[in-house]
Design a binder for this molecule. Sequence first.
Ligand code: TXA
Ligand code: MG
Length: 504
Amino acid sequence: MTESRAAVFLDRDGTLIEDVGILNDPSYVHLLPGVAEALLELQKTYTLFVMTRQPGVARGLLTLDQVKAVNARLDEMLRQRGVVIERWYVCPHSREDECPCMTPRPGFVLEARKEFNLDLERSFAVGDHHHDTLMANELGVLGLYVLTGHGGRHLSDLPADVLVFHRFPDAAEWILRHQNHRRMLDDQIAKGAAIIQRGGAVAFPTETVYGLGADALNAEAVARIFEIKGRPADNPLIVHIAAFDQLLQVAASVPEKARLLAERFWPGPLTLVLPKRQEIPSVVTAGKDTVAVRMPSSPVALELIRRAGTPVAAPSANAFSCTSPTTARHVVDQLGDRCDLVIDGGACRVGVESTVVAFDDGRPVVLRPGGIPFEEILHSDRQAECLESSATHGAESPGQYPNHYAPRTPLSVYRSIPEHVEASADVGVLLFQPEGRRYRGPVEVLSLQGDEREATVNFYAALQRLDALGLREIAAQAAPDRGMGRAINNRLSKAANGRVEQGG
Ligand code: TXA
Ligand code: MG
């Protein structure tokens, strides 16, 4: 009997090619960056299938023949690059039809398993819609979610335990390194917990950015974190907990307003600065009598802390003053083998660090804008105050290093990108949203629709891609000064180290 093969089931629009809405013309087929190369690697191990949902056919917006012509065009483009798609499945129905093929129903997967003798337990599905990742879950197929296409704007529909990736090639890389998927991530978490118990340092995903964690009660282990990052000892760390009852292991007392904020936003991207318990070594808090605490929402982070059985002190897992890592690849690039383990849990769903809130006479004061917008803190407490610096107001908040989060390439922030940049091939452009101009240099767009959360998820990864190109300068467009836009502007202002266009 021939050995059964594993498969990767691929969504088409927004995953492999640009999502242009109703795609009825083969000349609009544009592969997303790196897709052909990634498929070429995957097909060495996996049989590839495309499964596309085209409810527009049922609604009379395009014909099945048009869908087939688009598939044929894409098939031809991929074949030219050496990629073979084994079978193209099209669901032309609308959700009301209750057909067996519409994702997340596993009709096509069962059909493919039978025809190609597939081992679904070793198979994957990749898509930019939460239905793509649910597809055939109960049959053992592991669904991965990409933030291109529909993905970045609809993250809130996605169950917490689904792994997300900025782009298809990142998902492909993860697949190739986790072929025995379920066990491998679980094994890494167990291994990470054991390393933390032994006093080691483990890089792990949180919903904000990757952290570099050690046992918060072990001073030597924490000192090693400062050493690995090259971080000055006067910059205190955040202690991460996995349950509310762990809070009193860390904080000596919890003001009423802190308790309310924790109940409202934990687990999540909110850090509270509280009076510290004596058991927390002073290396964690840089000698302060307060300690920063947060309960992350990433299931991988929570499971790691739970299994380590101790609060975990963790700064972001970047080299000091470099850009923060939102993928395991970023951590490996910056810290390499200096940490004992890097747990790869895909991309971070929020994409900027937590909002840090201290208490002044019991009143909440935001020290660092982040994953919870200030407006939401204010909604919970009308007396809250924000000491932020943003790209459009110059002021620095106290206790923060001005050149934090900096790329190697000099960066400037503008309300509107100056005209001379258009002709400069060696200037990279970081746009919050498209603005209809042509640039000679490379361009990264954070959100096609100008959605602040989507822009935040893409922010550090896009900045790092530009930074890797060896450009003379990066010109960045400021985000709107509201919601998550404040956190982006705060990071841009620090990356720019003062090169911020005022006013606007
Ligand atoms: O989202 C995050 O917060 C990530 C992930 C890994 O949880 N962590 C993170 O850590 O960003 P780090 O070390 O890069 O930033 C910690 C921030 C710094 O701005 C630090 O000054 C502030 O928290 N902080 C820590 N302890 C403090 C304290 N006792 N008082 C005032 N600020 C404090
Ligand atoms: Mg799609």
